[in-house]
Design a protein around this ligand. Structure first.
Ligand code: 3DU
Length: 217
């Protein structure tokens, strides 16, 4: 995934027409589309293949099972056209290794979740999970845009791995803060897909990012 716009759209809508419409409208501001269970359960897994024709797809299945089941899930997602998957890290090295092997390394590992409850169980273990992601050869990690200081800490641990950061907009995080802290991409859902003008909403975030990138040039 080449960072250009630095925005990954979280396409958590449940209807096919709406999904395709949002992607079509916002496409010129996006580097990838993240597809999660609401859309897959609402429309069917074929939506992964359909969206993959328009933009790289990250399948956010939050994979969290034993190694064999993880492998089976990742293989299916890649066959459907996903460019990468998202897996949980708390299941341990062997489960993550199965994801890495089945996707040839195209896995983002959830370290610490962005919502308030993420501080209960995920924050205390995030640093170990981030180190495991690097050691197992994952492509990157998922770290919270709602806590930019934690992105900075994760960056120290993962080195050159990609950091993708959810929590921008509806959850209160700011795109430029997340990037300044060390994220490569921000993940934005509701702030784009619930907007009346989805293209404009994506453009506004893109402009904020462009201003930040100019500032650090
Ligand atoms: O809050 P938003 O509507 O911008 O959506 C955020 C997306 O990122 C959503 O798909 C959610 O499942 C995902 N995500 C988090 O919000 C927080 C995490 O720690 C990991 C993934």
């Amino acid at each position: 995934m080449i960072p250009k716009h630095r925005i990954i759209l979280a396409l958590d809508v449940t209807e096919r027409t709406k999904a395709l419409q949002v992607v079509d409208n916002a496409r010129s501001y996006l580097d990838a589309v993240k597809i999660n269970w609401p859309l897959i359960l609402g429309v069917g897994p074929v939506i992964i293949s359909d969206i993959a024709k328009l933009a790289p797809v990250i399948c956010d299945l939050k994979i969290a099972d034993i190694p064999n089941t993880n492998r089976l899930i990742v293989e299916r997602a890649m066959q459907l056209g996903a460019s990468a998957v998202i897996a949980h890290g708390f299941t341990g090295n062997d489960s993550l290794k199965a994801c890495v092997d089945a996707s040839e390394g195209r896995v983002f590992v959830v370290t610490e979740m962005s919502h308030p409850g993420g501080e209960e169980f995920t924050s205390p273990n995030a640093e170990r999970i981030a180190a495991m992601a690097r050691e197992q050869g994952a492509m990157g990690i998922v770290a919270p845009a709602t806590r930019p200081d934690r992105i900075s800490r994760m960056r120290e641990i993962v080195g050159s791995l990609k950091i993708i950061a959810p929590g921008v907009g509806a959850q209160g995080g700011k795109a430029s803060d997340a990037l300044r802290a060390g994220a490569d991409f921000v993940i934005v859902g509701r702030a784009i897909y619930t907007a009346e003008d989805t293209a404009k909403a994506a453009e506004n975030i893109s402009n904020e990012i462009a201003d930040y990138l100019r500032e650090i040039e």
